[in-house]
Design a binder for this molecule. Structure first.
Ligand code: ASP
Ligand code: MG
Length: 470
């Protein structure tokens, strides 16, 4: 019998209406997928609020913690009252209050100590899913869908790197099988807490922010499932940000590498690391919209079968960047300039988004977030003090208010004429290209343009996402 894992993101369970919709989707798809595993995030904003409470506690402001607690209680009570016939008489309401009590005591302990350990933060952060999963399971149950909440601390075994714990394959695979298979065999729908794990000793860990996708992906890969659906609040992955390009559409199919490239260049899609287990297992993953369940969605696969060579699949942009340029005729052929440049940048803890070097070797330029530019230029001036004095390096300067525009598509770069057509479209729109680089993988072409030309660039390139090869 076919097995499906569905994951609901925070906005998909974030209000009584959303949770109602999520429950109806589970009931509906259970008809076609008798083996159904649900993974859920905390209600939208809850994890943020919990971690904020921890910070307030450390700062000694227990009144702020009390307020956050009240607000969390209100949000969950609203769902309980709207969707459970017994309202706050339902046993799940006592469980939720229990969780909130535990959270509050942890915060009190942090206030006393004046510090929060990573372990304590994980215990607090996990509270959100430890309320949402039992709540969703209960909503399903009262509607006649046999569901049981499963705390992922029982099935996702991780190392002890708190706040970004790594799942351990062997024990996790075994626990997933032992715990979930029998439930499925009994016709139950397990509703698993996303984001949460535990060490071998049972100490709660979390998989990192946004980690529920990762939970779903691990469960699907190691159960194994036939498909994974990530329910979110948009229709899958779009050809471009619809706020910038009104004609943007859903991309029907993307390869894993295309997703990785889009994520690297700023598109708010799935984090590639989190979906890797399913992609590697060859399990198709769909990104669907809870608020438009019959609308278009995106299927993510390991390898796209019908890749049109040279076709742009999607466009993305990163705003508020600066391009730093190290230039000088004396750099020609001097070994080690690039290494020293990037070592100096790395020492400032700045991440470099794009690098390009002119073939004449007279300049190196790279792109960094705008707000890091002062520190980086200073660090480079310190590093190259001697070369600057000797005029081997003429100057180190930054071009501010730039953006990266990236076109993503398998085969974009080894199809003749693609770059020409991309540059042609930008030229016609009057967009000046400041620098060009190849992306992190083989599937992207990135261009630096002035910040105020970025939207025009996206709109000029968007028609190339349609039809055949560019
Ligand atoms: N609730 C967690 C977070 O907000 C995990 C998730 O939503 O995926 O980071
Ligand atoms: Mg979330």
């Amino acid at each position: 019998m076919a097995t499906l894992v569905m994951k609901f993101g925070g906005t998909s369970v974030g209000s009584p209406e959303a949770m109602d919709r999520a429950a109806r989707l589970v009931a509906r798809y259970r008809e076609t997928w008798p083996n159904l595993v649900v993974v859920t995030s905390a209600l939208a904003g809850v994890t943020d609020a919990l971690l904020r409470a921890a910070r307030e506690a450390v700062a000694g402001d227990m009144e702020a913690v009390r307020q956050i607690r009240r607000r969390l209680e209100d949000r969950h009570r609203a769902v309980v009252e709207a969707l459970l016939p017994q309202g706050t008489q339902d046993p799940v309401w006592f469980l939720i209050q229990n969780r909130l009590d535990t959270f509050f005591r942890l915060a009190e302990a942090m206030a006393v100590l004046g510090e929060a350990t990573p372990r304590g933060l994980d215990a607090i952060a996990a509270t959100g899913e430890r309320m949402s999963a039992p709540l969703l399971a209960r909503v399903l149950e009262v509607r006649g869908v046999p569901a049981v909440a499963v705390d992922a601390a029982q099935i996702i075994v991780t190392d002890d790197q708190h706040q970004a714990a790594h799942p351990l394959e062997e024990p996790t695979r075994a626990r997933i099988q032992e715990r979930l298979k029998p439930l499925l065999a009994q016709g139950q729908v397990p509703v698993v807490t996303g984001f949460v794990g535990a060490t071998e000793k049972g100490v709660t860990t979390t998989l990192g922010r946004g980690g529920s996708d990762y939970s779903a992906s691990l469960i699907a890969a190691w159960l194994p499932a036939d498909e994974v659906w990530i329910w979110t609040d948009v229709n899958g992955v779009m050809t471009a940000d619809p706020r910038l390009v009104p004609e943007a559409r859903t991309v029907p199919q993307l390869s894993y590498r295309e997703v990785a490239e889009l994520a690297y260049f700023g598109a708010k899609v799935l984090h590639p690391k989190t979906i890797r287990p399913v992609v590697e297992a060859g399990i198709p993953l769909r990104v669907r919209n809870t608020f438009d369940p019959d609308g278009p969605d995106t299927l993510i696969v390991r390898e796209r079968k019908h890749a049109v060579p040279g076709r742009i699949m999607a466009l993305t942009t990163i705003p508020r960047l600066a391009m730093v340029i190290v230039e000088g005729r004396g750099m020609l052929g001097v070994p080690g300039v690039a290494a020293r440049t990037f070592a100096a940048v790395a020492a400032t803890d700045t991440s470099v988004l794009m690098i390009s070097q002119a073939s004449s070797e007279q300049s190196i330029c790279f792109v960094i977030p705008e707000d890091t530019v002062e520190g980086v230029v200073q660090a480079l001036e310190d590093t190259f003090q001697r070369e600057l004095a000797r005029r081997d390096i003429d100057r180190i300067w930054a071009m501010e208010k730039v953006a990266i525009v990236t076109a993503v598509g398998e085969g974009l770069r080894n199809t003749p004429g693609v770059a020409g057509r991309i540059f042609g479209a930008l030229g016609q729109a009057g967009v000046n290209i400041i620098a060009i680089a190849q992306g992190a993988s083989e599937v992207g072409l990135s261009m630096v343009v002035a910040q105020d030309a970025a939207q025009r660039a996206l709109q000029a390139l968007h028609p190339l996402t349609q039809g055949d090869a560019v």
